[in-house]
Write a new protein. Structure first.
Length: 217
């Protein structure tokens, strides 16, 4: 099936046929005309985890998640998306998979500021109270909190506490925290302002990610 290749920012991708160059972390102005001109055509995103998240966010806001598969060619060998879902990081191999494999649903995580999380969210040192569904995950101080999509639970939360970094991991459909002001980070991007409340939760629709086999890191 024909696929629309989006090369983000300064990324380079050697593929047969034309590609569309878009800015890093492309938004409405760059993506909406392309989505309207190619309805339902699978997308291949070459760029960073943040670039992929920006494209997925636009699909969500346009109501196109259910009918638009997305492949990913990471420019960063340390891509959390690639690690989480078993995607190749070698550009040639990643391109081959993105252009030839089939879409497989993976959980998509949203936040209460209107964003999405495709691989990894973090909160640095923080004091507060946090819940994973109805379970208290934190009451006091944490060295860090990490959240990622999970095929079984929806998302998983790792809370690191104490000087020795003692950690607990919780499965959940939603994570909520009320805390001292902190800037969450999602897919490598810091939230633009400090917040004293934050929520990550599994979206009702999955992301149709093009990959060879269902796998969770």
């Amino acid at each position: 099936m024909r696929r629309l290749v989006l090369v983000c920012g300064v990324a380079e991708l050697d593929v047969p046929g034309p590609v569309e160059r878009v800015p890093e972390r492309p938004g409405k102005a760059a993506l909406d005309p392309l989505l309207s001109a190619h309805p339902g055509v699978p997308l291949v995103v070459a760029g960073t985890d943040a670039d992929l998240a920006a494209v997925v966010l636009r699909l969500l806001r346009k109501g196109k998640l259910a009918d638009t598969a997305v492949g990913f060619v990471p420019v960063d060998p340390a891509s959390a998306v690639a690690r989480r879902w078993g995607l190749p990081t070698d550009p040639a191999r990643a391109t081959e998979v993105a252009l030839g494999a089939e879409p497989r649903p993976v959980p998509l995580v949203r936040d209460d500021s209107g964003g999405v999380l495709v691989a990894s969210g973090t909160i640095g040192k923080v004091r507060g109270v946090a819940y994973c569904d109805d379970t208290v995950a934190l009451r006091g101080t944490a060295r860090s909190i990490e959240v990622w999509p999970d095929s079984e639970a929806g998302l998983r939360v790792r809370v690191r506490k104490g000087l020795l970094g003692r950690e607990e991991t919780f499965p959940a459909r939603a994570f909520q925290i009320g805390c001292t002001p902190v800037k969450p980070s999602y897919d490598g991007v810091d939230h633009p302002r400090a917040v004293d409340r934050w929520t990550w939760y599994r979206h009702t629709e999955d992301l149709l990610l093009i990959r060879e086999a269902a796998r969770q890191a």
